[in-house]
Design a binder for this molecule. Structure first.
Ligand SMILES: Nc1ncnc2c1ncn2[C@@H]1O[C@H](COP(=O)(O)OP(=O)(O)OP(=O)(O)O)[C@@H](O)[C@H]1O
Length: 254
């Protein structure tokens, strides 16, 4: 993982209060370009809310967010996306009847402003074929390119979700629990996949599985009750007394 000197994503004193409850509380986060940054923390620590803030799905109560130095605080999701921040969703939003190839094609169409013209897919399908093939190959789905998404195995659907994020050619890629609900084999396959797609890209991800975090992240931010508890390289963070205490009593999600 090579990080440049540039800061891709920065939050300063970022705060979200839900009816008096501070879900995200004065969070300072800095993600370097080319870095792979994990957000971890016990249930309810504020990880999802922070993701929602970073992508404009939730607007902050106070604090700021910048993307490559540009202030995006309070911008709508599509405005944040236009600045190169793309996210994957833990809950799959795939169209079950469309094939992997068609879904990636649609994602590319959306990105290039052609809109989602379903009734012209035949003609448009050819347009991005080379890029579609590239993306499907990148996530290992070429052999299943023409299978309806509804018939894909769980791990394959999650891989397709990654291809859809990659289709947006993001400058910063946010992955929400890329290995959630997976068995060990799929977890290891996904670690390899994320490692591959993270090369040369900036990634922020949430995951409960410390094996995944340790395998992928060059930096880790541990949240607890909305606040940053510890931030640093994985090797340092995992041995930190405060982190161990925060996780005591937590169910083992690994
Ligand atoms: N829209 C909302 N309204 C009120 N409270 C909310 C809202 N969204 C989140 N919260 C609260 O904010 C806190 C942080 O939630 P969040 O989902 O961000 O945590 P998390 O770290 O992602 O947890 P998990 O690991 O369980 O997904 C929780 O106590 C949650 O109940």
């Amino acid at each position: 993982m090579t990080t440049s000197g540039r800061v891709a994503l920065r939050t300063q004193a970022l705060t979200k209060v839900f009816r008096g409850f501070r879900a995200v509380d004065a969070v300072d986060l800095e993600v370097r370009e080319g870095g792979v940054h994990a957000l971890v923390g016990p249930n309810g620590a504020g990880k999802t809310t922070l993701f929602n803030l970073l992508t404009g799905f939730v607007s902050p109560t106070s604090g700021t967010i910048t993307v490559f130095g540009e202030d995006v605080t309070g911008k709508r999701p599509e405005q944040v996306a236009r600045r190169g921040v793309a996210r994957s969703f833990q809950i799959t939003s795939l169209f079950e009847n469309l094939t992997s190839r068609e879904q990636v094609e649609l994602a590319l169409q959306g990105r290039t402003g052609q809109g989602f013209r379903f009734w012209r897919t035949e003609k448009l399908l050819g347009r991005h074929r080379a890029r579609v093939d590239e993306l499907l190959a990148e996530v290992g789905l070429m052999p299943l390119a023409d299978k309806p998404a509804g018939l894909l195995a769980y791990g394959q659907k999650r891989a397709l979700e990654l291809a859809l994020v990659l289709a947006l050619d993001p400058r910063v890629m946010l992955l929400d629990e890329p290995t959630a609900g997976m068995g060990i084999e799929d977890v290891d396959r996904t670690i390899e996949l994320v490692r591959r797609i993270a090369a040369g890209r900036t990634v922020v991800f949430v995951d409960h599985n410390m094996h995944v975090v340790g395998s992928l992240a060059d930096r880790v931010t541990v949240l607890q009750q909305g606040k940053v508890l510890v931030e640093g390289p994985y090797a340092e963070v995992r041995g930190d007394e405060r982190v161990i205490t925060a996780y005591l009593g937590e169910a083992d999600h690994a």
